[in-house]
Design a protein around this ligand. Structure first.
Ligand code: MTE
Length: 302
């Protein structure tokens, strides 16, 4: 059940908090969402700092050409099996090296001001898209748990539900899907937890109800359907590092000068376009993030 967030501008706290319950009740009663026009209230504002003059990818592509191995390895599997991802009563546990570990439910997370940001997104496989994500900076969530100074990395863990998720019946990856960032990357203002795209709640195939988006890194770093965020002093081993260490490193910054061992990374094909275009270092965000890696050999730390 999806609705347009832009259609509503309701700030009543109670309505806001009860949004999901009302929607569920409406669906249970067999009513369409339009029967509750003022209840599906979730505000977001377009953040003018992240509204570049880029042509948006047609949503049809972003919603139908996906990588989400929990739902299958084919690009068409995630939309086809999206209904098998159960997102009711979702909680995100933020734990590890911090003063105030906490469990957040979606209503807590939707209380953090939601922004729309237009980001370039590039998959390691060579396709790319420009998408209006809705979400909030990860730093706002991490600050709530008060990270210890010993916390140097953040680990992200996606849903584990072997019973319902068809892809988890096969060991194509060591489930659950795991990713990681260095603390300064996690706290960087470009790094967001996304709850929506194209003005609406996230579709299941895009990682509902909440996923990471790190726009200067290859798409696989942007873990979907996250249930645990863990502050740690050790560099986490991501699922892809574990499955193919010579192909996937921890950093995975978009870099046209460092080829993947099996293919070039110099060009990309924007979804919906026949022609390829040149890939930009850090996916075009060098002014913002190159400083994070200034003394590092990017060929070694790929
Ligand atoms: N997160 C989980 N949990 N499982 C996955 O298989 N695939 C990754 C990333 N996050 C993946 C994931 C890859 S390879 C990419 S390119 C992006 O999700 C794709 O995001 P999109 O389908 O929203 O474009």
């Amino acid at each position: 059940m999806k609705y347009s967030l832009k259609d509503f501008d309701v700030t009543d706290e109670k309505l806001f908090l009860n949004r999901r319950q009302f929607i569920r009740a409406g669906v249970a009663a067999g009513l369409s969402l339009s029967a509750f026009p003022t209840l599906a209230a979730l505000n977001f504002r377009a953040n003018p700092n992240y509204q570049p003059n880029l042509k948006l990818t047609d949503s049809e592509h972003a919603l139908n050409y996906n990588n989400f191995y929990e739902l299958g390895t084919d690009k068409s599997d995630p939309p086809r099996y999206a209904h098998l991802l159960k997102t009711d009563n979702w909680q995100v546990r933020v734990e590890g090296l911090c003063a105030k570990p906490q469990i957040f439910d979606m209503d807590d997370l939707l209380k953090i001001e939601q922004e729309e940001r237009i980001y370039r997104f590039r998959c390691v496989e060579g396709w790319s898209m420009v998408v209006p994500w809705i979400g909030f900076p990860l730093s706002k969530l991490l600050n709530k748990v008060q990270p210890d100074s010993s916390a140097k990395y953040v680990e992200f863990i996606s849903i584990l539900d072997r019973e319902n998720l068809p892809g988890q019946k096969f060991n194509v990856l060591n489930w659950p899907y795991r990713e990681g960032l260095r603390m300064d990357e996690a706290m960087h203002p470009l790094t967001i937890m996304a709850t929506g795209l194209y003005g609406k709640e996230l579709e299941n195939q895009n990682g509902a109800p909440i996923r990471l988006v790190v726009p200067w890194k290859y798409g696989f770093k942007s873990a979907k359907s996250i249930v645990t965020i863990r502050l740690t002093d050790k560099m986490p081993t991501s699922s892809w590092m574990e499955s193919a260490p010579s192909e996937y490193g921890f950093y995975s910054n978009v870099n046209p000068n460092v080829p993947h061992p099996r293919w070039s990374q110099a060009k990309e094909r924007p979804l919906g376009s026949f022609f390829k275009k040149k890939t930009l270092i850090f996916n075009g965000y060098a002014d913002d993030v190159a400083g994070l890696y200034k003394d590092m050999d990017l060929k070694k730390y790929y």
